[in-house]
Design a protein around this ligand. Structure first.
Ligand code: SF4
Length: 453
C-alpha cells in the first residue's frame, strides 16, 4: 500500500468470559492496525452498561488500569478510523444509548451505503442524532423498531443495508451481525466456556481464544446465558461481496480472513504478478511492510533474491491512518529510508500490494536512484485502483486516486520509474477459482453491487 488510504475499524466482543474488559483491551491491541484515531470498551454487569472510550491508541487509553472501571463478563470493544463522520470524541465507539429495551452499546465496522436515506427518514420521524457517525443509525433503528426481542433486533439489521459488521451489547446479551453481502469480516471463537467475536482472528490469538468459524453474511448471533443462537436476518442472501482489499492489504498477514491467510494470499498474488509482469532486475525490494508477502512471492517465482533495500521507521505509524493530507505527507517523509549498499549499482524492482494515492511512493524512484540504483521498476500486486469505495474504506473521491487521474505511462513518469506493472483483475480473482465472484472488486472494476442512497 502506498500508505494513503484509510482503514476502517476493528471490533471485538466477549460473553461469559472473566475479565472481559481486560481481554477486550488485549484484543484491541491486536486490531490496532484497523484504526488508530479512537478506541473504546463497554461492559455489561448486573443489568448496567459501563463505558470507557477516548481519542488515541489502545495503549494510551487502557494502560493505567482503566479496565478496572469496566466490571462484568461481557464486553465489546472498538478501534476506529473515521470513514463516515468526523474524528472526534462523540463519534468514538462504542456508542451508548437507552431505548425501550434498556441500555445498548454498539460498535460498527463499515459504511452504511444507505445512510443518507436512513438518516433523512429517521430525522423526519423525530430522531435527534448526537453524532455524525453513520453507526448511530443502528441505535435509532433499535429505538424506532422498539427492538427488544431477538427477532426485532434482526429486523433492524435487515433495514440497515450494507456495509456492516456490528457488535451490540445489551444488559443480558451480546449480539454480532454481518451484512448480507459480507463486505466486512467477522469471526466467532471460544474462550473457555465463553464466546468471542472479532474482526480478525489475530485478536483471538492475542487472548488465547480458539477460532470456530466465520459469522456468515446475513447472520445474526445472539450470545446469552442460554448459549449461542444463530438467526438469518437476510432472507434470500445475495451473492457475497467480501472486500478483497481486506486480503490484499487491510487484514493482518497472520489473521484468518474470509477463510484465507492474508500472508499466503499476498504471496500467491506476487507469484502471479511475476508471471504477468516479469522484471529483468538484480533484486526485488519490498515496500515495507505492506509489500513484504507479495515481494517474497514475486522473487521466488522469478528466482531473484529479495533484499531489504528500504527500512521502515515503525514509530511513525501507518501514514494513511493519519487524517489530513499534510499530516500524511509529513509522515511519509519520515517513513522509509534506503539501505544504500543494497541498491547501489543494481537494477531494482519495488513491489507493493497496492498503489492508491501514490503519496508514499512518489519520491521512492528518485531516492533509490540517488542512492545509486541503476534502474528502478515497480510492480503492484493488485489492479489499478480507479474507483472510490462506498463500503467502509476511505478513498471516497475519484480525484484522489492516482490511476483515475493518470494513465499508467503518466504514473510511471511521475514516480520516476523505468517500468510499472499491475496484477490483472481477472488474474487476481481467478486465484479463488469457483469462488472468484464472491468478492467485492468495485474499486478496480467500477461495478457496484449496492448503490448509495
Ligand atoms: S470497493 Fe474496494 S475497498 Fe471497498 S469494499 Fe469493495 S473491494 Fe473493498
Amino acid at each position: 500500500m502506498d500508505g494513503q488510504i484509510h482503514e476502517e475499524c476493528g471490533l471485538i466482543g466477549l460473553f461469559g468470559v472473566d475479565g472481559a474488559a481486560s481481554l477486550a483491551a488485549l484484543g484491541l491491541h491486536a486490531l490496532q492496525h484497523r484504526g488508530q484515531e479512537s478506541a473504546g470498551i463497554a461492559t455489561s454487569n448486573a443489568g448496567k452498561l459501563h463505558l470507557v472510550k477516548g481519542m488515541g491508541l489502545v495503549s494510551a487509553l487502557f494502560s493505567k488500569g482503566e479496565t478496572g472501571q469496566l466490571p462484568g463478563d461481557a464486553a465489546i470493544g472498538h478501534v476506529r478510523y473515521s470513514t463516515a463522520g468526523g474524528s472526534n470524541f462523540a463519534n468514538a465507539q462504542p456508542l451508548l444509548g437507552r431505548y425501550t429495551g434498556g441500555e445498548a452499546a454498539l460498535a460498527h465496522n463499515g459504511n452504511l451505503a444507505w445512510a443518507a436515506r436512513l438518516q433523512r427518514d429517521l430525522c423526519a420521524s423525530g430522531a435527534l442524532f448526537q453524532t455524525t457517525a453513520d453507526s448511530e443509525i443502528f441505535l435509532h433503528l433499535l429505538a424506532r423498531e422498539q427492538a427488544v426481542d431477538d427477532e426485532a433486533i434482526a429486523r433492524v439489521f435487515s433495514l440497515a443495508g450494507p456495509a456492516f459488521s456490528v457488535v451490540l451489547l445489551l444488559a443480558d446479551r451480546l449480539i454480532a451481525a454481518r451484512d448480507p453481502y459480507g463486505y466486512r469480516p467477522l469471526v466467532l471463537g471460544r474462550s473457555g466456556s465463553g464466546w468471542v467475536v472479532a474482526s480478525e482472528t489475530c485478536a483471538f490469538d492475542q487472548i488465547g481464544a480458539d477460532y470456530e468459524r466465520e459469522i456468515e453474511p446475513g447472520e445474526m448471533l445472539v450470545v446469552s446465558s442460554a448459549g449461542c443462537r444463530s438467526l438469518d436476518f437476510a432472507g434470500i442472501r445475495p451473492r457475497p461481496a467480501r472486500c478483497l482489499l481486506e486480503l490484499i492489504y487491510f487484514a493482518r498477514p497472520d489473521s484468518l480472513v474470509f477463510g484465507e491467510t492474508p500472508h499466503l494470499f499476498r504471496q500467491r498474488c506476487g507469484r502471479l504478478l511475476a508471471a504477468e509482469q516479469p522484471a529483468h532486475v538484480d533484486i526485488v525490494v519490498p515496500i515495507p511492510d505492506s509489500g513484504m508477502s507479495a515481494a517474497m512471492g514475486y522473487a521466488a517465482a522469478l528466482n531473484i533474491p529479495w533484499e531489504r533495500g528500504l527500512i521502515r521507521n515503525h514509530y511513525v505509524g501507518r501514514s494513511f491512518i493519519s487524517p489530513g493530507q499534510e499530516a500524511r505527507v509529513a509522515a511519509v517523509r519520515m517513513k522509509n529510508n534506503v539501505v544504500g549498499e543494497v541498491v547501489k549499482g543494481r537494477r531494482v524492482v519495488l513491489v507493493d500490494d497496492s498503489l492508491i494515492r501514490g503519496t508514499t511512493t512518489q519520491t521512492l524512484g528518485h531516492v533509490l536512484r540517488k542512492a545509486g540504483a541503476r534502474e528502478v521498476h515497480m510492480r503492484i500486486a493488485c489492479p489499478p485502483t480507479r474507483y472510490p469505495c462506498s463500503y467502509g474504506v476511505d478513498f471516497p473521491r475519484h480525484e484522489e486516486l492516482l490511476a483515475h487521474k493518470f494513465s499508467l505511462g503518466q504514473i510511471r513518469e511521475k514516480l520516476n520509474l523505468d517500468s510499472l506493472g499491475y496484477l490483472s483483475l481477472q488474474g487476481m480473482t481467478g486465484l479463488f477459482g469457483e469462488k472468484s465472484d464472491t468478492f467485492c472488486t468495485s474499486c478496480w472494476s467500477g461495478e457496484y453491487r449496492v448503490h448509495p442512497e
